[in-house]
Design a protein around this ligand. Sequence first.
Ligand SMILES: [Zn+2]
Length: 86
Amino acid sequence: MTREKNVRMCMCCRVRLDKSELIKISKVENEFKVNFKGNSNGKSIYVCKNCLSKVIDKKLLDKALKCDVNDDVYEMLKNYEQAKNN
Ligand SMILES: [Zn+2]
């Protein structure tokens, strides 16, 4: 078995990918951050690029993070996705 230190699972389709291939959403002191670089004591989840629009449409973050995720966060993710496509 190779060590999978940098491999994380997409919370949506459960595919396992290298961290760099995934979008990280962290909850840091009641604030949500996309691809937050520092160490967060809060909960972080990972979403693959294929699932991002689905996660936004169905608001799957609420469930994954077990709290109400502000629309601003989904907006931030949408912008993130658009920025990637440009
Ligand atoms: Zn996925």
